[in-house]
Design a protein around this ligand. Structure first.
Ligand code: AMP
Length: 199
């Protein structure tokens, strides 16, 4: 199995690069943002709670988020080539919860792909995405708050994973294909897993 976290600020290209990783390595994708947006669209109770945080650019509380992740993971972990965690973990407690959950299930996290993009470029991308997709939290006020929350609560995970020797630093600027080629190279270096081996 190849279990990877796709890490980076909002707008760093996690969703786009996830699609390429799925296509090339045949991995399962868990995007916590997408799971939450689906609940909001379906009008579930969880969706109502999630919306009250997402619309303000805040994080969903850890205990709730960890339960959601566990539910998603239990459905797929046994029979898959591996999992891409996109948008999880976003806090240090979530990172610890992910390690314990994977260990309980007899698995481990192999690496963290860190997409690094300057702040003005992140903002530009999110404004553009808001225009193209109508995504509700891609508006200027919420974007500013999401970036603040990222620096305060999520960015410390970078040092956490560097300390664990799991972090792969990737320049998130350039063409989608060039960025992906760098990701594939780093994954091979860190885990020995080549693109063709997983297909
Ligand atoms: P994303 O699509 O990953 O940018 O997530 C959109 C929003 O969903 C975030 O701004 C948070 O409000 C919420 N969210 C997604 N993943 C998490 C998480 N792991 N922990 C807390 N909140 C999350």
């Amino acid at each position: 199995m190849l279990n990877l976290v796709l890490f980076g600020a909002p707008g760093s290209g996690k969703g786009t690069q996830s699609e390429k990783l799925i296509a090339e390595y045949g991995l399962h994708h868990i995007s916590t943002g997408e799971v939450l947006r689906k609940h909001i669209k379906d009008g579930t109770e969880l969706g109502k709670i999630a919306d009250s945080y997402i619309s303000k650019g805040q994080l969903i509380p850890d205990t709730l988020m960890i339960d959601i992740l566990r539910h998603e993971l239990e459905g797929i972990i046994g029979d898959s080539k591996g999992v891409i965690f996109d948008g999880f973990p976003r806090t240090v407690p979530q990172a610890h919860a992910l390690d314990s959950m994977l260990a309980e299930m007899g698995h481990e996290l192999h690496g963290v792909v860190g997409l690094e993009v300057p702040e003005d470029e992140l903002k530009r991308r999110m404004i553009e995405r808001g225009k193209q997709t109508g995504r509700a939290d891609d508006n200027e006020e919420t974007i500013t708050n999401r970036l603040k929350v990222y620096h305060a609560q999520t960015e410390p995970l970078r040092a956490h994973y560097i300390g664990k020797k799991k972090y792969m630093q990737i320049n998130g600027q350039g063409s989608v294909d060039d960025i992906f080629a760098n990701i594939a190279k780093e994954i091979e270096k860190k885990t020995g897993t080549g693109r063709e081996k997983q297909q």
